[in-house]
Design a protein around this ligand. Structure first.
Ligand code: FAD
Ligand code: SIN
Length: 530
């Protein structure tokens, strides 16, 4: 079965929905989402969205904080422009119906997080993402130009490759004509043709054993573009959130927002000592890479599986009012955050790299745009500043929509694209072939390509990955596709990209920390004037 829309959006998180809502006045839109429309990384965002609002904050300060976190690899022009677009995009979100907390005097209650020199985080309690997802979902579902396909899994984007061209040797610009999408009701892969395709498939957290990301985050869009020979960048920079709730059998890990440290929570080791001062003068509010490594070191020294986050000195009413979601979650596990220490450990959280895009979200493939966590735009460099990713997803989603809506009239559907063929394939005989490979992959990535790396570990990871890749390719070639098999294939592609780019980086920088290269000195105490 064939489907046609002017715009095909893969992903229903903030990036995908912002793009869809903004192009909808210019054409028909299909959104495909591999589970329900609301199951996204966006929905789980806690801390909020960063944007400069009140004095004494300035754009310059936000730019400076972002560049310092990015450890020399941000594109300063991109940083400046995204930060300047912050206030307008916050207003768009409010116009779409998203609420942000206000103080009794009517001003926004802006929070502060690690690496930020000012209070500039718009939030809704400690479930900002849930609120944004709620508001945008409502808009999307009521928009007559947008049709949503839930539980539809994009397998691959369609390019000239599917018309028989070799994209490696032929001297052609690669073009995208839509995507092949698995409809689980019919178990058939359908052809979704589009004039413009937008990838907003989010993060990669599930290539690691412990992650804050929901299970949808398997790097599908990055893998699809990699297979289509599009450019991918900066994949070595995987951010581990310092404070995921340590609860041995819970996957994904529940996040304890960084805003809690912004609110005064203190990290303590097993002896009850506050340890951050040993590592960085900004203590609990140092950028994430530093805090995560400090915790990792404390855990390795003590042999324990977690450290503690202490809020017991904070005034309880305010604490509960600001973090009701965390309060309830911890209470359900017998932890009273107003009195007890919270057990926390780092978990894979965010990938700074991805599909390489320009300032308008254009990829290296014609008619293909991308945004949100699946891209490398130049904003994050070697380490993302907290709450800058919702900002990036919204701003780039908007900008791509402006660019794409101007182009769409000049593009024709590619009707000669053949439909998907699954001739000669059959159902995989046992699911365990897939689930076991996935578990092994996660162990390899967590143990060898995690917070602290080395050449030896990465070489070992690459060898082991090679075995999993060969076995999975063989399975894929003889099997009808399923979401599980596709996710495994994508996670292998993404893991390969992380290891390959990590091996190419002959230094420790930002989130890529290897014991084979001493870390260069960081300068972080330069002050920026108002
Ligand atoms: P997502 O919101 O992840 O959406 C991805 C979409 O793609 C989903 O709809 C999914 O179904 C779909 N999809 C994926 N693959 C396929 C496929 N093959 N076929 C069809 N559909 C597919 N950032 C901040 O700035 N501030 C915060 O406070 C913050 N807190 C966070 C807390 C947690 C627990 C987590 C996990 C992340 C947090 N982040 C935060 C990061 C931020 O939430 C994400 O980077 C951002 O929401 C990503 O948005 P997105 O639109 O790119 O992707
Ligand atoms: C958090 O709330 O700590 C997460 C913020 C982010 O990932 O930007």
């Amino acid at each position: 079965m064939r489907k046609e829309a002017d715009f095909l959006v893969i992903g229903s998180g903030l990036a995908g929905m912002m793009f869809a809502l903004k192009v909808a006045p210019y054409g028909t839109v299909h959104i495909v989402s591999k589970t329900s429309i609301e199951e996204t990384n966006t929905r789980y965002a806690q801390g909020g969205i960063a944007s400069v609002t009140y004095s004494p904050d300035t754009y310059e300060k936000h730019v400076h904080d972002t560049l310092i976190a990015g450890d020399g690899l941000c594109n300063e022009e991109v940083v400046r422009s995204i930060i300047k677009d912050g206030p307008a995009i916050i207003q768009d979100l409010i116009d779409f119906g998203a609420n942000f907390d206000k103080r009794p005097d009517g001003e926004f209650d802006l929070a502060r997080e690690g690496g930020h020199s000012e209070h500039r985080i718009f939030h809704f309690q400690d479930r900002t993402g849930y609120e944004i997802q709620r508001a945008l979902t409502e808009q999307v579902l009521h928009n007559p130009n947008i049709k949503v396909f839930e539980n539809h899994f994009a397998v691959d984007i369609i390019t000239q490759h599917h018309l028989g061209y070799s994209l490696v040797t032929d001297d052609i610009d690669i073009e995208c004509y839509g995507a092949y999408v698995l409809n689980p009701k019919t178990s058939k892969v359908e052809t979704f043709l589009a004039k413009i395709t937008y990838i907003a498939t989010g993060g990669i957290g599930n290539v690691y054993h412990t992650t804050t990301n929901p299970t949808i985050a398997t790097g599908d869009g990055i893998a699809m573009v990699y297979r289509a020979k599009g450019l991918i960048d900066n994949m070595e920079f995987v951010q581990f959130h310092p404070t995921a709730l340590y609860n041995r059998n819970e996957r994904p890990s529940f996040l304890i927002t960084e805003a809690m440290r912004g609110y005064g929570a203190i990290l303590r080791n097993q002896k009850g000592e506050a340890f951050m001062e040993k590592y960085d003068s900004r203590k609990e509010l140092a950028p994430r890479d530093i805090v995560a490594r400090a915790i990792d070191t404390e855990m390795k020294v003590s042999g324990d599986e977690h450290v503690w986050l202490d809020c017991s000195h904070i005034e309880p009413q305010g604490l509960i009012a600001h973090f009701p979601n965390i309060y309830e979650k911890c209470k359900s596990l017998g932890i009273d955050i107003t009195k007890d220490y919270i057990p926390v450990a780092p978990a894979a959280h965010f990938v700074c790299g991805g599909i390489k895009v320009n300032r308008k979200g254009r990829t290296s493939i014609k008619h293909l745009y991308a945004g949100g966590e699946s891209v490398a735009s130049g904003l994050h460099g070697a380490n993302r500043l907290a709450s800058n990713s919702l900002l990036e997803a919204a701003v780039l989603g908007h900008r791509s929509a402006v660019a794409a809506s101007k182009k769409v009239e000049t593009i024709q559907f590619k009707h000669e694209i053949p439909d998907w063929s699954d001739e000669g394939t059959s159902h995989p005989e046992e699911m365990v072939l897939i689930t076991q490979e996935f578990k092994e992959l996660q162990q390899i990535m967590s143990n060898y390509v995690g917070i602290v790396r080395s050449n030896l570990r990465m070489n070992r990871a690459l060898e082991r990955l090679g075995i999993i890749w060969r076995e999975t390719k063989e399975l894929y070639d003889r099997s009808t596709v399923s979401p599980q098999l596709c996710e495994l294939r994508n996670a292998i592609n993404v893991s390969y990209l992380i290891i390959k780019m990590a091996k190419q980086r002959k230094e420790s920088r930002g989130l890529h920390f290897t014991i084979d290269y001493p870390q260069k000195l960081k300068i972080f105490d330069k002050k920026v004037s108002n």
